[in-house]
Design a protein around this ligand. Structure first.
Ligand SMILES: [Ca+2]
Ligand SMILES: [Ca+2]
Ligand SMILES: [Ca+2]
Length: 415
């Protein structure tokens, strides 16, 4: 089973009704949301303690009334000050859970402390079987809640600090455990422990970021599922994966391929730039590799590791970088860049083929976070013959530049 983290935020604001619908539409069985109480004790969906990141308002959810929150508009995707505003509003839990009624489960994150208020909403809306509670709370506290509310769905969160809690449940175990480990040597990551969990229920892992399941992340899975999802399924008993990449995970589960290169297209990873060194294959304005990723020894190109995505980062005006690309067939191609940036505009680049003059400026779109990569079409098609070509990406010196480049992809658009 797959769980869409904060809903399908690649298509709608995180924790919005549209994101819940899109998560299920894209194949998730579970949509994860975050629940908080307003000042007047209405459970609503909001990840952060404040509304600042994801709306056009400011302030703490706990200090604002439901009516005040209702007036705010949600920002696209993962939000951020420069993300565009949408027509979506902050949903109440009641609206969210009713949206999911015929579609699947809603995992109620951050809801445990307000579990009685949340339970009342589920009862009132007749959606007790749609809401999945979770917590790492002491077992007696969990038992008291489940005894009080027969029929409540509950998943227990375990890491190395509370691994023993599994045994405390005795023969009355929850139907699922969420396992968090940041090192494969952790107790909860050992085969014998995980087989024990799997024997009685489902095993949930989170692959959005490093340190939730060591480095088995979504982005690593996009490069090769064996670095992420496949490893968790084959070696860690995973039967439930929470992801920021619903479509890619569904594609992997259905077809064995996560992020396929389209037919006739050619992809080159940004970090695999042409050889030659400074002034030949690239120009970089800051000495050394300022990123935390695997840069090329002796080179100044900045390479970052964004939770498994290996990317060229610290992109600045006047920098350029060159790639060798093997075009499979004569034809017209468009160049797409898998890029990310929380800024608007994030930057502009121009493409030059085979040492020719640079094309028109291409604007990099705001993706609402540094780790939210999206494939962006340069819309500057070019005829190319079969064989080896060089592609140079150069950043305009006069424009604001702050974005990350994961890969380039030439896609056929015509003969
Ligand atoms: Ca540098
Ligand atoms: Ca740089
Ligand atoms: Ca890359």
């Amino acid at each position: 089973m797959t769980a869409a983290h904060r809903g399908q935020w690649r298509k709608a604001p995180e924790n919005s009704l549209a994101a819940i619908r899109a998560g299920f539409a894209d194949g998730a069985e579970i949509v994860e949301v975050d629940v908080r109480l307003t000042r007047d004790k209405v459970p609503v969906l909001m990840h952060d303690a404040t509304v600042d990141r994801t709306t056009d308002g400011t302030g703490r959810v706990a200090d604002l009334t439901h009516a005040q929150l209702r007036g705010l508009r949600l920002r696209a995707g993962l939000g951020g000050r420069q993300a565009p505003l949408t027509g979506e509003r902050i949903p109440t839990l009641a609206e969210a859970i009713q949206t999911a009624r015929t579609l699947g489960l809603v995992n109620l994150d951050q809801a445990w402390k307000d579990r009685e208020a949340v339970w009342r909403v589920l009862e009132e809306t007749g959606t007790v079987r749609n809401g999945l509670f979770k917590s790492p709370a002491p077992v007696p506290e969990v038992r008291a809640f489940l005894d009080r509310h027969r029929g409540a769905l509950y998943m227990h969160l375990v890491d190395d600090t509370n691994a023993a809690s599994v045994e405390e449940f005795g023969r009355n175990r929850p139907p699922a455990f969420e396992v968090v480990f940041d090192d494969v040597r952790d107790k909860v990551a050992q085969p014998v422990f995980l087989r024990g969990l799997r024997a009685t229920g489902r095993v949930w892992f989170n692959t959005m970021r490093n340190d939730y399941a060591a480095k088995f992340t979504d982005e690593a899975s996009l490069i090769d599922p064996a670095r992420g999802w496949a490893a968790l399924i084959a070696g860690f008993q995973a039967t439930l994966i929470q992801t920021d990449n619903v479509e890619a995970l569904e594609s992997y589960l259905a077809k064995g391929v996560a992020d396929a290169v389209p037919p006739g297209a050619v992809r080159v990873q940004a970090e695999n730039y042409a050889p030659g060194g400074a002034g030949v294959s690239y120009h970089d304005t800051d000495a050394g590799n300022r990123g935390d990723g695997p840069g090329r020894r002796g080179d100044h190109v900045d390479v970052c590791d964004h939770d498994g995505a290996v990317v060229v980062c610290w992109m600045r005006g006047s920098e350029w970088i060159t790639y060798g690309v093997d075009v499979p067939k004569d034809g017209s191609y468009t160049l797409k860049a898998r890029a990310s940036s929380p800024y608007a505009s994030a930057g502009t680049y121009r493409i030059a083929y085979d040492g020719g003059p640079p094309g028109r400026p291409v604007h990099v779109a705001n993706t609402t976070a540094h780790y939210a990569f999206a494939l962006q079409d340069s819309r500057d098609p070019r005829r190319l013959t079969r064989g080896r070509h060089t592609v140079r990406v150069s950043l305009d010196a006069g424009a604001f530049q702050n974005w990350n480049l994961d890969y380039l992809q030439l896609e056929p658009v015509g003969p």
